[in-house]
Design a protein around this ligand. Sequence first.
Ligand code: GLU
Length: 445
Amino acid sequence: MTAPIVRFAPSPTGRIHIGNARTALLNYLFAKRAGGQFILRYDDTDLERSTREFADGIAIDIEWLGIKPDQVIRQSERFDLYNEAADRLRAMGRLYACYETEDELERKRKRQAARHLPPVYDRAALKLTAEEKAALEAEGRTPHWRFQLEDRSVEWNDLVRGPSHVDSASLSDPVLIRADGSYLYTLPSVVDDIERGVTHVIRGEDHVTNTGVQIQIFEALSGRSPQFGHHNLLTNASGEGLSKRLGHFSIASLREADMEPMAVASLAVLVGSSEAVRAVPTMDELAALVDLARLSRAPAKFDEHELDGLNAKLLHQLEYADVLRRLNSLGIADGEAFWLAIRGNVARLADAVLWSGVIAGPVTRPEDLDPDFLRTAADLLPPEPWDQETWGQWTAKVKEATGRKGKELFMPLRLALTGIDHGPELKLLLPLIGEAKARDRLTVG
Ligand code: GLU
């Protein structure tokens, strides 16, 4: 097989959400795994609703998720190609002018309904003579343009859903160009896919209904068609569809909530697959787990709490080098030992700020701690240098001197040293706090 070429084609009319990210990632990982290419295509033919700001925002979201597009294209810069394709379809007799108004079409549909017929366009415009068309245009009507479907069953082997078909005779000839000359999504998408050599169209199953029509257009314009795969959609925890317009789980908001991109990517990809959902640390490893044929057909629920859990688990495995830059940008320069000490206690990376503050001090210790006990403990602090053994050696001496053990022994020390009743292992924190501060915290109120 030649290397696949895939595309992710958002319309920049809002920021992308986790469900869009699923589409982007499934495409990217499918291509990456086979050494293929990923195209980011902005479907911005709707010049009123699309904005450059949304497009730039989507580029940021995609990059944050770890996707590096090989090419970026914008439909708004490619109208010449669409016009040329439309001309070719006209010349083949597959794109025909229609003059019905919306009201007239509605009346036709009502008549069909009264006769229990499906609401399929009757192709009346195909029978118009040149004179009739000229007369309609003289009335001031401008045509919209329909693609003439061949009345046959269109079959494809869906990468996710398996053998699929649609009976084109049950479909209306689709409008490709509106009366104002603007393009609906259908034709530009096919033209771009042909021009860029797209081999696999992987998209949400809300697009299955377009596939029969698009395959016929692909075949008319290029004699062949790419492979199609329609993945299941994500819903929120209560089963409702996600909306870009309503800003549901936007990638921007997850980033602002300090989520790890690989936690988001892992969940977006693995939810609803036969793979156990887990936080996968790298794109390469995630790519190895993607198998379109094993995605579930049922909608998959996206659960924020699950993401929180994955985020924490992922952080707990990250190496210092993976987070160094971001720790620095949080104002933390405490070094590798710090990260290894605290990583098991952060649910979001920004929680590191709290632990950095605990080490730097000052800390506020509860007032009800026994000062005599703490003073005894302070007197027993060994001289530096300290390492991971220090805590055990020191507390053994404190135990011996005070007779305390277990929680009675450890909790007041933790509270005095950190001001918090839980947290990273003290054997790791103590050397980071150091003798001077530890002594201070044990002895000064
Ligand atoms: N712009 C379309 C969408 O956002 C692309 C559909 C496709 O991938 O063909 O749904």
